[in-house]
Design a protein around this ligand. Structure first.
Ligand SMILES: [Zn+2]
Ligand SMILES: [Zn+2]
Length: 173
């Protein structure tokens, strides 16, 4: 891992994120020894979307509501950044569909942070209750696009920057 990414990773400890030892022991699944765990993420109204109703590798997942026309359901995402595990409930997600991503508590549509190269939008999940775009996790709202990034103190941490942390292949339920 590069020195810069290590320094960036260390700073996450104070912003709702934690560096954890990789619980996956199999070298073939994931080579990295450390992972970035998202401990807190909020809608713009301050509701924490981390829920222990969905557990991934022993860690509470991120639960969001997705909506498209009159279809609606809950989706749980792995809180380990870079892991693409996803579980959907009451809803079928197909590649290339674009869904609104909402807070499961107040139903507010989470804000667009930027546009994604795939034609979808990067949706912001805030790292703290201040709901400031300077500290957020961006995920693409187009199914099948695994683009995501972390904006931390106005510094964008992209997946390529921490690719040596997470080398697991995309996994879609
Ligand atoms: Zn909310
Ligand atoms: Zn995308």
């Amino acid at each position: 891992m590069s020195k810069k990414s290590l320094i960036v990773m260390k700073r996450f400890d104070s912003k709702g994120m934690l560096i954890i030892p990789n619980p996956v022991s199999s070298e073939s699944i994931c080579k990295s020894k450390q992972l970035l765990l998202i401990k807190e993420c909020y809608c713009q109204n301050g509701h924490n979307m981390i829920s222990n109703k969905a557990i991934f590798n022993g860690f509470a997942g991120i639960v969001i509501r997705v909506r498209r026309g009159n279809e609606e359901g809950l989706v749980a995402l792995s809180p380990v950044y870079g892991y693409k595990s996803r579980v959907s409930l009451n809803v079928c997600l197909f590649d290339d569909q674009i869904w609104d991503i909402c807070c499961p508590q107040c139903n507010v549509i989470l804000p667009v942070y930027s546009s994604c190269a795939c034609g979808g939008n990067m949706i912001a999940l805030f790292s703290d209750k201040e709901a400031n775009f300077a500290n957020c996790i961006g995920i693409c709202n187009r199914i099948g696009c695994f683009n995501s990034g972390i904006q931390h103190s106005n510094e964008l941490l992209t997946q390529t920057m921490i690719s040596d942390f997470n080398t697991m292949e995309p996994q879609v339920s």
